[in-house]
Design a protein around this ligand. Structure first.
Ligand SMILES: *Cc1c(COP(=O)(O)O)cnc(C)c1O
Length: 423
């Protein structure tokens, strides 16, 4: 039996209707921007394998560091114990974040980083004898797939079966020059019940790479602060260079109380989540009273291998050549976006840093399930490019090691596929 058949017998894949899904592609090797299947066909990974891979697949520097750490200490309970990789990673990360971020809490992925943030905010109020149990979030938000993270995400086909069980969230539009005063009024009318405002800064990834302007988000953040609403900035996707700056925070005038990280955190090599917070949040849990403890932890909290991978990835990220290549990607995306705009089948071209997105005009609305998605996906795969549209939204989120030539190859094929599907 080949790998695809053996897989079908035993595996249940994420976000996949297993009855109608095409056969999966067994990948046997990754190198740089490329994935190789069992027949030796190679694919350029234009989506960084669900937005996680920063420095290419099987990066030798990260691999060596993880291998060395594996031979020193692979795992240790993080309650009552610590280790240098976690200490160093926290020190190095905090140095890059807004100055008010002072404590680091480890977990396993983006969803858990969000869960921890929400629990911090709700218990922050509880520990001070206040009851604030509602959350403020953006419409179309995506913060993960566990129950808390799902609750603060926009209601959609993904959350429908769980509708009644999700907790209460006040959803507002993303801000722009026209609606900002209305949004402030909406917040004001329920401010006393709101524990926190959670948001994807500048880019709503899973909703289809929807973008809003830093000045409007900054204004909204400032307003929430005045209303004593804690700010949770979910940088799970935008963190570590994605938006052209190291963090989306670098575009914003206000500082969040809490930040969430995952995806690019380890350069896409190992699952890990981080929630950072201000001293003020941390202090609200300090007490002789055991009930004020943050009772949260995962078996693999601050796993030394994942911390080591993150340290190595951050070292690579801060190298001159990486930052230069992030700039190169951004500049090339910008140029290509001008060409894309001219195409009759393209609308709403949007770009920030290494992220380029546009809508493919379908004439049949923007359902996540439309057929065009499947057609585009398969066509790009046959041309050796991994692009995974969200409904009719197409986007590129390449690893930072991608070359100018490889980007040109992708751009050329995009135009050719769009022309071909014009009929
Ligand atoms: C992907 C994502 C998450 C969830 O992360 P997982 O590691 O998939 O659980 C949370 N927030 C944002 C903004 C994301 O893009």
């Amino acid at each position: 039996m080949n790998l695809a058949m053996r897989d079908k017998a035993v595996n249940w894949h994420p976000y996949t209707q297993m009855k109608t899904a095409e056969d999966v592609i067994p990948i046997v090797k990754g190198k740089g921007a490329y994935l190789f299947d069992e027949d030796g066909k190679k694919y350029i990974d234009a989506v960084s394998s669900w937005w996680v891979t920063l420095h290419g697949h099987s990066n030798p520097y990260i691999a060596q560091k993880v291998f060395d750490q594996l031979n020193i200490l692979e795992q240790v309970i993080f309650a009552g114990f610590t280790h240098e990789p976690a200490i160093k990673l926290s020190e190095n990360l905090l140095r890059l974040l807004p100055k008010n971020q002072e404590k680091v809490f480890y977990s396993d992925n983006g969803s858990t980083a969000v869960e921890v943030a929400l629990k911090m905010c709700i218990q922050y109020a509880y520990n001070q004898g206040k009851e604030k149990t509602k959350i403020l979030a953006f419409k179309n938000a995506y913060h993960g797939d566990t129950f808390g993270a799902m609750s603060v995400s926009g209601r959609s086909v993904w959350t429908k079966p769980f509708g009644e069980m999700l907790f209460e969230v006040v959803f507002i539009d993303t801000p722009n020059a026209e609606n900002i005063e209305r949004l402030k009024n909406e917040i004001k009318s329920c401010k006393d019940e709101i524990a926190c405002f959670i948001y994807e800064p500048l880019v709503q990834g899973a909703a289809g790479m929807l973008m809003h302007q830093p000045e409007h988000l900054s204004e909204l953040m400032k307003f929430c602060k005045m209303q004593n609403i804690l700010l949770v900035q979910d940088e799970v996707f935008t963190g570590f260079g994605r938006t052209g700056n190291l963090f989306a925070a670098d575009y914003l005038l206000e500082k969040p109380d809490i930040m969430c990280f995952s995806k690019g955190l380890t350069g896409g090599t190992m699952p890990m989540g981080i929630t950072t917070c201000s001293q003020d949040i941390f202090n609200a849990f300090l007490s002789e009273d055991q009930y004020k403890t943050l009772f949260h932890g995962h078996s693999f909290t601050a796993n030394p291998l994942a911390c080591t991978a993150a340290l190595a990835s951050m070292e690579l990220l801060l190298k001159e050549e990486t930052l230069e290549n992030i700039n190169l990607i951004s500049n090339k995306h910008l140029k290509f976006s001008k060409i894309l705009q001219q195409h009759p089948k393209v609308e709403n071209v949007r770009h920030i840093g290494t992220i380029l997105a546009w809508d493919y005009k379908t004439g049949e609305g923007t359902s996540y399930f439309n057929d065009i998605r499947k057609k585009l996906y398969q066509e790009f795969l046959s041309r050796g490019i991994l692009i995974r549209p969200l409904g009719n939204v197409m986007y590129l989120v390449p690893p930072y090691c991608i070359t100018s030539q490889e980007l040109d190859f992708i751009y050329r094929n995009i135009l050719s596929v769009m022309d071909q599907l014009k009929a």
